[in-house]
Write a protein that binds this ligand. Structure first.
Ligand SMILES: C[S@@+](CC[C@H](N)C(=O)[O-])C[C@H]1O[C@@H](n2cnc3c(N)ncnc32)[C@H](O)[C@@H]1O
Length: 237
């Protein structure tokens, strides 16, 4: 399979959107919410600060961040998928935190924001889908102010060959079967294992973030190394 372009990605997430949250909970064995909560702690916002959530989806990470941040802070979420944007806007209209949230249609590879517009940038399971990872990372770096920080949650391949083999079996066999059983989109759940396997390992992603201009890049592995949170900062002026 060739790497899908942005239009294919948007169409796939449009199809997945209505079942996205339920599939996430089941396929992560209930862990995905904790992973996002942990990611949000690396990006907590102070008074008046603003974060960008790249590929906001249904808003789980954005709303975790709002919940733990100063009540005068705000989050802007962007996404390519109109269906995801509909869902996150509906969520914002129900949730009292929604008054501090704004959703916009935008491509993470060409963000419609000036340099240094945000205090934090977060991304949850988004950057693996970029058709050009380095360009997406440079855009995240560009819109961060000096002293700002990015926190990126993404799937990863475990460092242990033994765990890697088990994870591959889960990704290629168990996960698509469970997703199909729950009415998931077959193409999406064939795409997902491939996208995880071709994505850089944790050390490689840290290097790509440094190449994109981030400093003090660090990562933590979660859940046997199947998931990682990377944090990078922008040098103070
Ligand atoms: C796997 S979902 C993750 C959603 C949410 N961040 C979460 O943690 O559940 C990935 C999201 O990123 C969006 N996305 C993928 N590539 C994008 C791009 N280039 N620009 C903006 N959004 C993108 C997709 O439409 C999708 O909603």
């Amino acid at each position: 399979m060739t790497r899908p372009g942005d239009d294919d990605i948007a169409a796939m997430f449009d199809r997945v959107a209505p079942r996205y949250d339920r599939l996430n909970r089941v396929l992560s064995l209930g862990n995905d919410l904790r992973w996002r909560e942990r990611t949000a702690t690396f990006a907590r916002l102070g008074p008046g600060e603003v974060a960008l959530d790249v590929g906001v989806g249904t808003g789980d990470l954005a709303f975790d961040l709002l919940r733990i941040s100063d009540p005068t802070s705000r989050v802007v979420g962007v996404d390519l998928s109109e269906r995801m944007l509909d869902l996150v806007r509906a969520r914002a209209s129900r949730d009292p935190l929604g008054a501090r949230f704004e959703a916009r249609a935008a491509d993470a590879l060409a963000l419609p924001f000036a340099e240094a517009s945000f205090d934090r940038v977060v991304a949850g399971f988004t950057i693996r889908n970029f058709s050009d990872l380095d360009r997406g990372l440079r855009e995240m770096r560009r819109v961060l102010r000096p002293g700002g920080r990015a926190a990126v949650l993404e799937f990863s391949m475990p460092p242990s060959p033994f765990l890697r083999a088990g994870y591959r079996a889960y990704l290629h066999h168990v996960m698509p079967a469970v997703a199909a059983h729950l009415g998931g989109d077959a193409a999406a759940y064939q795409y997902l294992p491939r996208s995880v396997e071709r994505f850089p390992r944790a050390e490689g992603l840290a290097d790509r973030m440094r190449d994109a201009g981030f400093t003090r890049v660090e990562f933590v592995r979660l859940f046997f190394g199947t998931v990682a949170i990377h944090v990078g900062e922008v040098e103070r002026a």
